[in-house]
Design a protein around this ligand. Sequence first.
Ligand code: FAD
Length: 325
Amino acid sequence: MKVSEILANSQKAYPSIEIVPPLRGITKNELLESIAPFMEFSPKYINVTSHRDEYEFRQEEDGTFSRHLLRNRINETTVCAAIMSRYDVEVVPHLICGGSTAEEIESRLDNLEFLGISNIVALRGDSMTGEKRFTATPGGYRYASELVEGIRKYQGSPGYQRKRKIEKENGNEQSDRYFCIGVGAYPEKHFEAPNIETDILNLKKKVDAGADYIITQMFFDNQVYYDFVDRCRAAGIDIPIIPGLKPISTARQIAMLPESFSLDIPVELTEAIGKAGDDRKAVYDIGTEWCIMQCRDLIRKGVPAVHFYTMGKSENITRILRECF
Ligand code: FAD
C-alpha cells in the first residue's frame, strides 16, 4: 500500500521507522534480526536510507593517484528486498540525486517497480566527504524537486503500462502515479538555505513537482515543528508533514547533532545531560524520556505519524514505541 493511502486511511498516529543499511560484512540474517524488535509493533512500513560509496584518493610512490573505496553500504533496494523476503511489511527506499545520472535513477526505478515497491523518499543527498557543497553528477539532478519531477515522468515497465491499459478499458483506472513520493524538510532550515522563507519556497517546489507527503528533519523542541507547519500551510503546502524524532543516546550527540544537522537542542535537555556527566545509562534514559515526552505531545496534537531515525539503535526506540503507541 502507498504511504499516501496509509496516511489518508489512518485513524490515529502511527510510528514510521527509518533504518540505515548495514556496511558490507553484515549478513542478511544479522540485518533482519536487527529489525526484528520493531516488528512487535507491526509497523506499517520501514524506510531504508540511501548512501553513496565514499572514496579517497591516495598518492602512489610514482606520483600518480589511485582511488580507494573507503566505505560502502549494502544498497537500499537490496535491503528492501531482504526485508520483504522475511517480513510482511511495506518498504520505503530513499533515493538520492547524488552520484547518479537521471538514466541511472530511471533504471533504479525499474528495479523498484520489478520488486513491487511503490513508495520512495526522494532526496538530494549531502556533499561527499571533503566537498564543500553538493555537486550534481553530470546528467543527474541538482535538487530533490528535479528528482521528484523525474520520478513523476516515470511511465513504468511495459508490464505496468499493460496493466493500466486493461484497468482503463475496464473502467477502473487507478492513479497514473506509480510511485508515492515523500520528501524531506527542515523545521530549523536546511543549512545551505539563506533563510527559512526561501527554504519553504524551495520545499513548495518539491510539492508542486508531485511530492505526496513530507518528513521533517529531527528536532528537540516541538514548538519548532508546530511553527514550521504553520509557515508551510501559510505558503500553500497542504500535504501531510510527518515529524521526525531521534532520541539522544550519548552525551557526545549534544555537540555532534547540532553540527551535523544544523539544529538546536533546548537548554533544559542540554543541562540535564550535562548533569548526568559520565553516567552513560543516565544520559541514555534522559534522551529516551525526552523523546517520549515529545512523541506524546505530538500525538496529542494530532500528527498523522511520527518518524523515528533509529540510526542502528532499537532498544530506545522500542521503549518509546511501547510508551507512546
Ligand atoms: P533539496 O530539497 O534539494 O534542498 C537542498 C538545498 O537546496 C536547500 O537549502 C534548499 O533550500 C535548496 N534548494 C532546493 N531547491 C532549490 C532550487 N530550485 N533553487 C535553489 N535552491 C534550492 N541523505 C542521504 O544521503 N540519504 C538518505 O537516505 C537521507 N534521508 C533523509 C531523510 C529525511 C527525512 C531527511 C529530512 C533528510 C535525509 N537525508 C538523507 C539528508 C538530505 O539528503 C540532506 O539534508 C541534503 O543536504 C538535502 O536534501 P533535500 O532532499 O532536502 O534537498
